[in-house]
Design a protein around this ligand. Structure first.
Ligand code: UDP
Length: 239
């Protein structure tokens, strides 16, 4: 079937938890391969794709701080974790012949290119998938904020936030059987209701730049391509 994409360029946020699959830690290559094939479907429709990967499957800075350690060092470890995930996803994309480039917020030239907006736009314009590693490059931030930041920098028309469930619920649907799913919300409503979908800084940045956030299940095969063509099950956050 010939579906017409709604967007020319999108930013996919894939958390570290997603890449972990059923394991308790690290990367499940089967999951990374599946996310890569979902990205390939969107690319085949002509959509330009930037990806921000999380790192929670490897390390979270707060875990260090909560045990009396130094938060900044912990966050550095977390950001390095996102680089490991970025390299794993790049490997999965290259296996199926997709051109991609990892751009890191923290320079490590032996491993990948350093992020600049100019370089990101260059690669995207040539049809490469760009994986943004290293979060924002700053401690006390998250990869959700990095997703909103990179989306604004590359002029993405939407942030596709892949989560464990198929949208934003009034409560955690895995714990509360009465939780209901929202079809649409505004950025303000997400903030006012304190819905735990992305952190406040990320939602505020998306709001300020009028970038819709589409929350969908990263585990549903083909969902990514369905959403970029205006279908699929998701909650749409827009003003
Ligand atoms: N991190 C950071 N600055 C950033 C992005 C991430 O310091 O801009 C660190 C932080 O310690 C965080 C970890 O990297 O806990 C992993 O990122 P995140 O928790 O956002 O990953 P996800 O939950 O998406 O897997």
């Amino acid at each position: 079937s010939e579906a017409t994409p709604l967007y020319k360029r999108v930013l996919l946020k894939a958390s570290g938890e997603a890449l972990m699959g059923e394991q308790g830690f690290g990367i499940d290559v089967t999951v990374a391969d599946r996310i890569a094939s979902d990205i390939a479907e969107a690319r085949a429709l002509g959509v330009e794709v930037g990806v921000v990967v999380g790192g929670g499957n490897i390390f979270r800075g707060v875990a260090v701080a909560s045990r009396g350690g130094d938060r900044v060092s912990g966050d550095h470890m977390g950001m390095l974790g996102t680089v490991i995930n970025a390299l794993a996803l790049a490997t999965s994309l290259r296996k199926i012949g997709l051109d991609c480039e990892v751009l890191s917020a923290i320079s490590m030239p032996e491993i990948c290119q350093s992020f600049s907006q100019r370089l990101a736009l260059h690669h995207l314009g040539r049809g490469k998938v760009v994986i943004f590693a290293g979060g924002t490059g700053n401690p006390f931030f998250t990869t959700d904020s990095a997703a909103a930041l990179r989306a604004a920098e590359i002029g993405a028309e939407a942030i596709l936030k892949g989560t464990q469930v198929d949208g934003i619920y009034s409560a955690d649907p895995k714990k509360d059987p009465h939780a209901t799913r929202y079809e649409t919300l505004t950025h303000d409503e997400v903030l006012q209701k304190g819905l735990a979908v992305m952190d406040v800084a990320a939602v505020a940045l998306a709001r300020e730049n009028s970038i819709p956030i589409i929350v969908f299940s990263i585990h549903e095969q083909g969902a990514f391509a369905r959403i970029v063509t205006g279908g699929g099950r998701a909650t749409i956050v827009n003003d």
